[in-house]
Design a protein around this ligand. Structure first.
Ligand code: UD1
Length: 373
């Protein structure tokens, strides 16, 4: 029996692997294993996602945890090599751009195991971001490059990747969003937080390029305080950001603005129930730029660039940079009702997992129970 191993490690991986895993089980006779590296280990950064997405516990857990980039990536590689040698997968499937992704790509390709990268071809063209290095190296090593949008295909072609390896499959994260929306809508999140639909802002910040830079972090927090003077702001705080806020002594200043609600990281469904009814989302996350576009909710991206330009060209996203003056102006404009309208990009239709399952079955020459029609 042909075997696929899926790699997950960090929060944004889980909602990408869940639909692929489900579609493979439903449509093919492939055997599949999920390997969790343990890059994210807090219950709120990992376990809750398995429950919310209806995923079984990982088959293999490496329990690696945090560390410097070299430490974390190297530890993952050592453990993965042992597992791949034992399990002998016919294909390793990686998603996204986190350290778990690049670790698996390096080990897989050196063992001459076919490698597939889901969410290939995205580029911020900023090599100071660890995610960009992870994307470039993973794509270089991948046998199959599965892209979410045509801009990603264009980037790969420019880098000289053989077009036969590139497969435009759509955005798999949107599969999870569409299949979870109804459940999320039933949650009492807004009531619990005392919020009214379309009358609050959701904020997230976790990019090292923003939160590890004290000056930038202070400026970004000041914009959230500004917005919270007009409408309530819910800010689920990533552990990295929580640490920096406390180290930089921002706690007392933030406490003076009770309408800026700092809360713990949320589960997938709870967070979706919040973002889908927001008036505005302010974020430096990549996935959230895509989710807001799919939901038709205005998004201000607090970075100088995006590796997801389709969310700007087609969707509701605006990249407003990190200058507090510009962010405040953009937020005031959106809150006064002047919003950018968007559409849902091509193939962000909830069926990307099925296209991936069919592709894997075809490539590995296994029987398909049902072909994508
Ligand atoms: C990682 C990804 C990033 C992704 C993000 C989503 C890389 C290079 N970065 O960044 O692309 O957008 O995940 O969250 O892979 N920590 C905890 N509990 C956890 C996990 C982390 O407290 O469960 C703390 C630790 O102090 C750790 C820090 O957060 O050192 C950063 O974690 P790490 O996995 O290194 O990177 P993220 O910033 O989460």
């Amino acid at each position: 029996m042909k075997k696929v191993i899926h790699i997950v490690g960090a929060r944004p991986n889980f909602m990408k692997v869940a639909p692929i895993h489900k579609a493979i089980a439903a449509r093919t006779s492939l055997q599949q294993l999920v390997m969790h590296t343990g890059q994210h280990y807090d219950a709120k950064m990992s376990d809750v996602f398995f429950a919310d997405l209806g995923m079984a516990a990982p088959d293999i857990h490496l329990g690696i945890g945090s560390g410097s980039h070299a430490e974390q990536t190297a530890k993952m590689m050592v453990e993965m090599e042992k597992i791949f040698l034992k399990e002998k997968p016919d294909l390793v499937s990686v998603v996204g751009d986190v350290n778990s992704t690049i670790a698996a790509a390096l080990v897989t390709s050196k063992l001459a195991i076919p490698l597939s990268h889901v969410e290939a071809g995205l580029r911020s063209f900023e090599r100071h971001m660890p995610e960009e290095i992870n994307r470039v190296v993973t794509d270089r090593l991948s046998d199959m490059l599965l892209t979410p949008s045509r801009d990603a295909d264009a980037n790969l072609l420019k880098e000289g990747i053989d077009p036969k390896r590139i497969h435009l499959v759509g955005n798999v994260m949107i599969d999870s969003l569409l299949s979870s929306k109804e459940k999320a809508d039933q949650l009492p999140t807004l009531k619990q937080l005392g919020l009214t639909p379309r009358a609050y802002v959701v904020a997230t910040l976790h990019r090292p390029s923003n939160v590890d830079n004290p000056k930038l972090l202070a400026g970004l927090l000041s914009t959230l305080i500004h917005v919270a003077k007009k409408v309530p702001v819910v800010f689920p705080v990533h552990p990295r950001t929580r640490k920096m806020i406390s180290e930089q002594g921002h706690g007392p200043e933030l406490e003076k603005t009770p309408a800026l609600k700092l809360v713990d990281p949320m589960g997938y469904l709870e967070f979706l129930s919040l973002t889908s009814q927001a008036q505005l989302v302010m974020t430096d996350s990549g996935g959230l730029q895509e989710e807001t576009t799919a939901l038709g909710v205005p998004c201000l991206t607090l970075r100088e660039e995006t590796e997801r330009p389709v969310t700007v060209e087609v969707g509701t996203n605006e990249v407003v940079g990190t200058d507090p003056v510009r962010i405040r102006e953009a937020a005031d404009r959106v809150l006064s009702g002047n919003v950018k309208k968007g559409r849902v990009p091509e193939l962000w239709d909830g069926r990307t997992g099925e296209r991936i399952a069919d592709l894997y079955a075809r490539v590995l020459g296994v029987e398909q129970k049902r072909a994508f029609g």
